[in-house]
Ligand binder design. Structure first.
Ligand code: ADP
Length: 262
């Protein structure tokens, strides 16, 4: 496909992705106004409406920042690198993500084969990578119980992270293409899985900036992503508290998924 057609396709998907959150915001605004005039409204209705609108706004803002990131070419992105315990960081991300989605039939487990695991990484970018992979594992998954397993290991001088799921899996013929900008696989079996096809492009650029590698590991059932990052810098150690995972950051990262479950 030439660049012109690719741009048109992207604009088409982009316009489509904007429609859902805007329609939900509009519906909520109309409903709450109607019920207000009917005198048929309580605190819980107001709270639910505000929450729904907030999630849609998060999703829109995430869409636009992902587009900005994808268009920027992702150069010079490592601005906030520090030496910290990645094992503890991933534990926090997985634990809080599991809490957020467990009532929706999602189970996220985490295992550190080696801890602590001090590496010099950008914690915000690593957060982006892991939440993006988890989000895809839920989106591209039709199992009643969606199982996601994140595993960390340190092999020699390298940090190794595996993210596995029991979803629809990745056919071998597209396992390299999924990291291309704007590439989307066949999503007809997962129609609720919205996206612009830039998530894994951004993820791969982040890993590349850390001089690492991300690959799809072939599996019989589900998908498995393997990340390898070398330890290439010695910085002063900072504690995991400085790397905190806040519920707001998490909700923002998962805004697409939260809309799916609204
Ligand atoms: P998007 O989710 O917006 O389509 P991504 O770049 O995150 O964009 O993913 C690209 C494609 O890779 C998806 O359209 C999907 O076909 C495939 N994919 C990504 N993660 C998974 C997964 N965990 N299981 C199955 N397919 C996946």
């Amino acid at each position: 496909m030439n660049q012109n057609n690719l741009n048109l396709l992207f604009l088409d998907v982009f316009a489509h992705e904007f429609k859902t959150p805007i329609a939900i915001i509009m519906n909520n605004a109309n409903n709450i106004e109607r019920r207000y005039y009917e005198g048929n409204i309580d605190d819980i209705d107001v709270h639910k409406t505000v929450e729904a609108i907030r999630r849609c706004c998060s999703s829109l803002s995430r869409l636009s920042s992902n587009v900005n990131l994808a268009l920027s070419g992702m150069t010079n992105i490592l601005t906030n690198r520090s030496r910290y315990d990645v094992a503890e960081h991933l534990k926090q991300i997985c634990f809080m993500s599991n809490e957020l989605f467990k009532k929706n039939g999602v189970e996220i487990t985490y295992k550190a084969k080696k801890e602590p695991a001090y590496f010099s990484l950008d914690p915000d970018l690593i957060f982006h990578v892991i939440t993006n992979l988890i989000s895809n594992s839920v989106k591209y998954n039709r199992s009643v119980k969606k199982l996601i397993n994140v595993e960390l290991d340190v092999i020699g001088p390298e940090l190794v992270i595996n993210v596995k799921d029991n979803g629809i899996g990745i056919p071998p013929e597209i396992s390299n293409r999924i990291f291309e900008r704007y590439y989307r696989g066949d999503t007809s079996s997962t129609p609720l899985a919205s996206g612009l096809g830039v998530g894994l492009f951004i993820v791969s650029k982040i890993i590349e900036a850390h001089k690492g590698e991300i690959v799809v590991v072939p599996r019989k059932k589900g998908a498995c992503f393997k990340i390898t990052i070398p330890d290439c810098e010695t910085l002063e150690v900072c504690s995991v508290n400085e790397v905190y995972v806040t519920p707001e950051k998490l909700m923002n990262s998962y805004s697409d998924l939260l809309m799916m479950y609204m």
